[in-house]
Write a protein that binds this ligand. Structure first.
Ligand code: NAD
Ligand code: UD1
Length: 335
């Protein structure tokens, strides 16, 4: 089966491509390299020892998208990662985010072959500021905390409208919690072009000496140790959930289907617990200080994964310890 992976040279996309190749899918990647490097392509080929096709293409350029699908009408499934993802940047440049993430989604849905499996990279951020944890998929959309979060809600709504209006539409939205870690080879991982905003890449860069100190954003929350709780999932587990989603869509009898699934471990971990776990797993000390709360941060967010387990037959396997070791291995390898 020939799968198109948009944004396939990015952090999550590259791990999913490796997993698809391992599971005998054939893969075509499109990416405009706005937040990735062409060297990822060689790394993916080295790990998988298989050939794949790459085309540099911007999903917001209608002519490029139309011509691509004219030449590739044999695509049999699409996994759509390509998007901009910095919360902070989206607050500063909202139109850039709406334009890139929403236009890209619209053009892809307009020109891709009809009725083939479509998997969208969504985020737990669609739930907004929730009161109850674990969060299940019936939780309604909350007030979007940023233009980035809003683009994820809008893309899901666009999928829903498309589903309602067409006879043949099979789609799944995967709502990721906090993906961390890297492929065990240490050849691919999270490599932000700018200063990292997420906890784990910032932490590994502090430990390796690239940054001075980690600031823990607030220790006065009503949690076990006062720091925020999140659901950290190994990127290798997250990659597997995409194979489960594609297989599920393929095995459906119906030509019309749309559903959304949480992708997390179901376990909530505090920032301090994560730091301690990193120190135990790697034997390295983390230099950190307690700072102010980061505006917009939720106190607690972790997934209810029952629906994903039941319907997709997918469950996370890796431990937090393994995820943190792989993140450290990647930091050492790509420096
Ligand atoms: P990433 O930035 O590493 O990868 C995204 C890729 O898409 C990059 O290679 C980038 O160059 C490409 N891209 C962006 N706009 C494009 C366009 N217009 N045309 C073609 N290519 C384009 O990000 P990631 O962490 O791999 O995230 C992948 C997806 O998962 C995104 O949609 C993101 O919003 C979503 N997501 C990520 C996280 C996370 O923590 N990483 C959490 C929830 C959801
Ligand atoms: C953030 C985004 C979210 C996005 C997700 C994945 C915000 C408010 N939310 O989620 O929309 O889907 O990334 O890209 O930006 N922390 C520190 N020090 C740091 C960095 C983080 O203490 O230097 C803490 C945060 O306060 C949080 C936890 O670590 O409690 C995890 O933070 P992060 O990795 O940025 O993920 P989220 O905030 O969950």
């Amino acid at each position: 089966m020939k799968i198109l992976v948009t944004g396939g040279l990015g952090y999550l996309g590259s791990h999913v491509v490796v997993d698809l190749l391992k599971n005998s899918f054939s893969v075509v990647i499109i990416d405009n390299l706005i937040n990735s490097d062409i060297s990822s392509l060689d790394c993916i080929t080295n790990i998988s020892n298989k050939n794949l096709v790459f085309e540099k293409l911007d999903l917001t350029k209608e002519k490029q998208v139309e011509e691509f699908f004219n030449r590739n009408s044999d695509i049999e499934g699409v996994i759509h990662f390509a998007a901009l993802k910095s919360v902070r940047e989206s607050i500063k440049y909202p139109l850039k985010y709406y334009h890139n993430n929403v236009t890209g989604m619209i053009l892809l849905l307009e020109y891709m072959p009809k009725g083939i499996p479509f998997v969208f990279s969504s985020s737990c951020t669609v739930y907004g500021a929730v009161e109850n944890n674990p969060i299940d998929e019936n939780t309604p959309y909350g007030n979007p905390q940023s233009p980035y979060a809003h683009t994820k809600q809008i893309c899901e709504i666009i999928m829903n409208s498309k589903f309602k209006s067409e006879v043949n539409f099979k789609g799944i939205s995967l709502r990721y919690f906090n993906p961390i870690g890297a492929h065990p080879s240490g050849l691919i991982g999270e490599n932000p072009k700018n200063k990292p905003e997420n906890l784990v890449p910032y932490l590994t860069q502090v430990v390796s000496g690239r940054r001075e100190e980690l600031t823990v954003f607030g220790n006065d929350y009503l949690t076990i140790d006062g720091t925020c709780i999140r659901d950290y999932i190994h990127v290798m587990d997250l990659a597997d959930s995409h194979i489960a989603a594609i297989n599920h869509l393929n095995n459906l009898k119906s030509k019309k289907y749309l559903d959304d699934f949480n992708i997390g471990t179901g376990k909530g971990i505090s920032v301090i617990q994560l730091i301690k776990m990193f120190e135990e797993s790697t034997g390295k000390k983390v230099q950190y200080k307690i700072g102010k709360r980061r505006p917009g941060d939720l106190e607690v967010a972790y997934a209810n994964t029952k629906k994903t387990e039941k319907i997709l037959g997918w469950k996370s396997k890796y431990t937090l310890d393994e995820a943190l070791q792989s993140a450290w291995n990647w930091e050492l390898n790509h420096q």
